[in-house]
Design a protein around this ligand. Structure first.
Ligand SMILES: [Zn+2]
Length: 470
């Protein structure tokens, strides 16, 4: 994600300085059982502003110990009794109601608390066995909800279905929602989604889409962490191609003037990152313009990103090239190489911000590296006064220092690494990290290990200093 606050602070300091500066993918059969499969049939009832869904989740067969329960995240419930910053409070509340839960065809009781739903399995599921969890749900769309929102003739559906929580070495991840950063953590899954929408609507999604208004749309996307959809009557599209990937820029009438430069940025950005970090593995990517929540400049999902159409710059209002390329870089850092965004948000945001600044430096001839250096000095002060470093959990950061510690200092770190070992080696590190952790979940330790391996020297003290102030 990129926040407006971060954009604004970048602008302020920049000005001060300028005064001085289908998605169907063929995968080997044996890996399929390692991922959950979601089958969702969803109907958008426009008048009532609800999505009625029937979902079947087939659990993966691979597990270390017998599994007795399954946790799901019900993120729309945060919009029912909003307890965060009042500027972001939805003007109309929303939530998700669950019913008719069955495990392998047998009715099952569930426990729901806020955004967490626990489903007890009738008997412990051993290694090598799968189970089907089936349920009905009704999603009541909020107005002005962060990421999940109904606005005019558009429904932005993010985290719009019960999402399987991640179980890893640390156990189940059911950490609470927060408005600082992106409080989501999910693992690779396969999706088979049918949408029924009112006449005139089209569906823009994580999958390879049908580019026409059709009342029933069948979408499939394998090997993605999440599935987002925008149901709309208000958007038009401009398309291009980057290698084998189709790039779509979606805009409304009032945003037409920036559609061409932003499509160009999207196509060029995908090409730029692809040639450096490794190929984008999906057939299509969508860039949907518009603000999708209070203060959100842009947001990333697999195969689909959102961005403001325009941003203020030191030369006046301009097409939001930096936001578009930031969110697209997340396709590499978050989308393909995953990380626990709650526990180590710097890992995707830092690498993404570095990718964004690198693009702006090389392709747009906007060199903000000197500015990043000054930000790094400022982050030293923050560390000294608040005792906070750059590799902490979301919850540990006061909102106003989050951007500087998690986005900007790690980006400055990557430029410093270029000075230390050269650009070619840094690109090789990112390329190697991308290929080693493609479709997996990486940690800070994994990143440092790859860096040391590729650089053929121990960079641990370098990362200790930059990330942990040691
Ligand atoms: Zn981001």
């Amino acid at each position: 994600m990129m926040r407006r606050r971060l954009l604004a602070s970048m602008l302020l300091v920049t000005m001060a300085i300028s005064a001085v500066c289908s998605g169907k993918f063929a995968y080997a059969e044996e890996t399929i059982t390692n991922r959950p499969t979601y089958q969702i049939e969803a109907t958008y009832v426009e008048k009532q502003e609800i999505v009625k869904g029937h979902m079947t989740v087939t659990l993966p067969e691979l597990r270390d110990t017998p599994q007795k329960e399954v946790y799901f995240r019900l993120y729309p419930n945060v919009f029912q009794h909003w307890k965060y910053n009042k500027e972001a409070k939805p003007t109309k509340a929303g939530h998700i109601a669950i019913s008719h839960v069955k495990v392998d065809g047998v009715k099952q009781k569930v426990t729901i608390k806020d955004t967490v739903m626990k489903v007890d399995l009738p008997k412990p599921l051993p290694k090598g066995k799968s189970a089907k969890i089936e349920l009905d749900y009704q999603l009541y769309l909020p107005h002005g909800g962060t990421r999940l929102n109904k606005y005019k003739n558009t429904a932005f559906l993010a985290q719009w279905y019960p999402m399987l929580a991640v179980k890893d070495k640390e156990g189940w991840h059911t950490e609470p929602y927060t408005t600082t950063g992106d409080p989501f953590y999910s693992s690779m899954s396969d999706f088979d989604v049918i949408f029924h929408v009112p006449k005139g609507y089209q569906v823009i999604s994580t999958a390879k889409d049908v580019h026409q208004a059709k009342q029933t749309v069948h979408l499939q996307q394998y090997n993605v962490r999440d599935f987002v959809a925008v149901l709309t009557k208000d958007y038009q599209v401009l398309s291009g191609k980057s290698g084998k990937t189709k790039v779509n820029l979606w805009y409304t009438k009032t945003m037409k003037d920036v559609s061409k430069p932003l499509l160009h940025a999207a196509v060029d950005g995908l090409q730029f990152y692809g040639s450096r970090f490794g190929e984008y593995p999906y057939q299509e990517v969508d860039v949907v313009l518009g603000e999708t929540g209070f203060g959100i400049a842009g947001m990333e999902y697999p195969g689909l990103v959102t961005s403001l159409p325009k941003v203020p710059t030191s030369d006046g209002i301009a097409p939001a090239v930096n936001v578009v390329v930031h969110e697209l870089a997340h396709q590499w850092w978050y989308g393909v190489v995953g990380n626990n965004q709650v526990k180590e948000p710097w890992l995707d945001e830092g690498l993404t911000t570095f990718s964004e600044f690198l693009y702006m430096q090389k392709q747009m001839k906007q060199d903000d590296e000197p500015w990043l250096k000054r930000v790094a000095i400022k982050s030293d002060e923050i560390h000294r006064s608040a005792g906070i470093h750059s590799a902490q959990r979301l919850y540990d950061y006061p909102d106003e220092v989050y951007g500087i510690m998690v986005y900007l200092r790690p980006a400055a770190m990557m430029f410093a690494l270029i000075h230390e070992i050269g650009e070619e080696k840094v690109m090789k590190i990112l390329n190697s990290y991308y290929h080693q952790y493609q479709f997996k979940t990486a940690t800070t330790a994994d990143f440092i290990r790859v860096a040391n391996q590729v650089a053929e020297k121990d960079l641990t003290p370098f990362f200790q200093r930059w990330l942990y102030f040691k």
